[in-house]
Design a protein around this ligand. Structure first.
Ligand SMILES: Nc1ncnc2c1ncn2[C@@H]1O[C@H](COP(=O)(O)OP(=O)(O)OP(=O)(O)O)[C@@H](O)[C@H]1O
Length: 257
């Protein structure tokens, strides 16, 4: 049997803002080609956890990417392994094309090579935003901006992609489009970790789920292992998971229905 390579190993992660503990003893692994969705209520520490994995926040404990601690990597080395899409990008005065080209920075010298330009075009096309390539970022809508930010991460061509609420600001069709693109990336062997709020979308497309509450992991489980109790305790409201064939639908507040 083929042994799955551990791509991300998080051990004993702790983080505090001004003395307030936001992450406490977080441990988990993500294997090659896995799609992990981080779920939990507002303020649970989801974004903080993603930023720790991305090396943006310096945390106690350790994060390893392909067996090497991110502490022992420089920015460039890490940027070739891991792309991070924040919840919000600052829409400056860059052209969309040039913004997506920033994803090629880890590979580029002073000027882009043909392969850099091609990677940008492929990413713009995949997210169906190529028609915006000459627009200034500041003129885009929230949803367009979100897709362009994801395109930048795809142009970075890393084996791991971290996304913080990638379907935020998107209309229903674009939400499904983005989730399908993520699934295609997984199909290509990439490893993806996303933070999500939309439980329905998360359970529909996710494969493995990490539940976080008050900075602690309340459960890590696959689609088949989902437990109503863990979801209800995590969110502080009754959640029942209904299975309709392969589809999984969360019924939130089901007790009061
Ligand atoms: N820069 C900061 N300074 C102080 N406290 C912060 C800072 N950023 C986040 N926090 C606090 O840390 C806790 C965790 O925040 P985080 O953004 O990681 O939660 P989250 O689960 O992503 O929340 P949400 O779902 O609302 O986006 C919250 O209580 C938040 O107020």
């Amino acid at each position: 049997m083929k042994v799955k390579v551990k791509v991300i190993e998080v051990s004993n992660l702790e983080f505090s803002y001004n003395g307030k503990n936001v992450l406490r003893g977080v441990n988990f692994d993500v294997g090659e080609g896995e799609f992990l969705v981080i779920l939990g209520p507002n303020g649970a520490g989801k974004t903080t956890l993603l930023r720790c994995i991305a090396g943006i926040l310096k945390c106690k404990g350790d994060v390893k990417v392909f067996g090497k601690s991110i502490r022992d990597m420089n920015r460039l080395e890490l940027a070739k392994l891991l792309a991070y899409v924040p919840q919000r990008v600052e829409p400056g005065f860059l052209r969309v094309f040039d913004f997506v080209l920033l994803g090629r920075r880890p590979y580029m010298g002073l000027s882009p090579r043909r392969e850099d330009l091609e990677a940008v075009r492929r990413a713009l096309k995949l997210l169906r935003v190529e028609e915006f390539e000459d627009r200034v970022m500041k003129t885009l809508s929230g949803g367009e901006l979100q897709k362009v930010a994801i395109a930048r991460a795809i142009a970075q061509e890393t084996p791991v992609i971290l996304l913080d609420e990638p379907t935020n600001n998107l209309d229903p069709k674009s939400q499904i489009d983005v989730m399908r693109i993520i699934k295609d990336l997984i199909g290509e062997g990439k490893t993806v970790i996303t933070v999500m709020h939309d439980l329905t979308l998360a359970l529909r497309f996710g494969e493995k789920f990490l539940f976080l509450k008050d900075g602690e992991v309340t459960g890590i489980m696959t689609r088949d292992e989902l437990e109503d109790r863990v979801l209800s305790e995590t969110y502080g409201i009754s959640v029942k998971v209904a299975k309709l064939g392969r589809e999984i639908v969360p019924l939130v507040g089901a007790d009061s229905l």
